[in-house]
Design a protein around this ligand. Structure first.
Ligand SMILES: Nc1ncnc2c1ncn2[C@@H]1O[C@H](COP(=O)(O)OP(=O)(O)O)[C@@H](O)[C@H]1O
Ligand SMILES: O=C(O)[C@@H](COP(=O)(O)O)OP(=O)(O)O
Length: 300
């Protein structure tokens, strides 16, 4: 067995090909290729009869292996994410978008790639609020976001009822969301929050938060996602398809808001591409913020 030592933390853990594969996938390299590179590294270590290795040495070997495979860009990205981990740079990643566009799928995959352990859905935050504030007191949070308008009495004149109802639910849910953001910020831990209630202008952004809006413009593709989701969850596709016009109208509103607040919009057609797109944005955004703070990464 090969043991990995971390002289800084004074820890010893068994070498895991899975962990190494995951760290290589942060660069956007296909998981199959990442696995075979990790396997090559293991074989090299075994051939050289290495029993103890430091994390720093693994980093160097992996970087060189990526270069050796002609993956120069991936090698640079690999070093970037490792440097960031060393800097202990906390991130709050916010993934917004209409229902069914793929937010929770992307958030889970992103968490896996970045080794982030906390993923919170705004649906869960809304659910907690529902238990605390009953339907009579706050009807707008006790239904789906696209039906909230039906719960409101005395709708103001000259407003779009659907958007007014949606914004009302968002305004209340944002109280809980912003509390989670503040807590993550204060504690300095990595968090991913995903959900329809993350709306620019309502969600509080700070120097550690990175927001992206996920879209899926084709109604047919969105419909297919609802059927796909119904295979493994109890959320019936028909319920969402019946309301698809409202859902698409909310998506248009979210896209408008994202443009207004300069939030990157990621069209989620293919999962792998969307993830790589978000990772590329993140890398660029983080580098920019580090530069503004006068922090230089070793790789630059
Ligand atoms: N890029 C994608 N390509 C194909 N299917 C996807 C993609 N992203 C998500 N899905 C599927 O679409 C469905 C809805 O995704 P989900 O993550 O639950 O959406 P949301 O959290 O935005 O409501 C899920 O069954 C998911 O597996
Ligand atoms: O309110 C809404 O529009 C959806 C959002 O959920 P996501 O699909 O965005 O997670 O919640 P639901 O009514 O299905 O509990």
């Amino acid at each position: 067995m090969i043991i990995v030592i971390d002289p800084e933390k004074n820890t010893r853990i068994p070498f895991s090909r899975g962990i190494l594969t995951r760290s290589i996938t942060t660069t956007g390299v296909d998981v199959g290729i990442a696995y075979s590179i990790a396997t090559e590294i293991v074989k090299d270590l075994q051939r050289k009869k290495i029993k103890l290795i430091t994390k720093e040495e693994i980093r160097k070997i992996t970087y060189e292996k990526l270069i050796g495979h002609g993956l120069k860009d991936a090698a640079r990205k690999y070093l970037f994410w490792h440097e960031l981990r060393r800097l202990k740079y906390p991130m709050i990643i916010l993934i917004g978008g209409a229902t069914g566009v793929g937010k929770s799928t992307l958030a889970t995959e992103l968490a896996f790639r970045l080794g982030i352990r906390t993923v919170i859905g705004t649906d869960t935050i809304r659910e907690v609020m529902r238990k605390m504030i009953n339907k009579e007191l706050l009807p707008s949070i006790h239904t789906s976001s696209f039906l909230a308008w039906k719960e409101l009495k005395n709708l103001p004149r000259n407003v779009d009822p659907l958007i007014y109802g949606f914004e009302t639910q968002v305004r209340y849910t944002s109280v809980g969301i912003n509390a989670v953001i503040e807590r993550s910020y204060k504690e300095g831990f990595n968090t991913i929050i995903e959900g329809i209630h993350l709306v620019p202008g309502y969600v509080s952004l700070n120097d550690r938060s990175f927001m992206y809006l996920i879209s899926l413009k084709s109604p047919d593709a969105l419909e297919a996602r609802f059927y796909e989701r119904a295979h493994y969850s109890l959320r019936p596709a028909e319920y969402y398809i019946k309301n698809i016009e409202e859902i698409i109208h909310i998506q248009e509103y979210l896209i408008k808001k994202a443009r207004e607040y300069e939030i990157p919009i990621i069209e989620n057609i293919e999962l792998e591409r969307s993830i790589n797109n978000i990772m590329a944005h993140l890398m660029e955004d983080i580098s920019k913020r580090l530069k503004e703070r006068g922090i230089k990464l070793k790789i630059e």
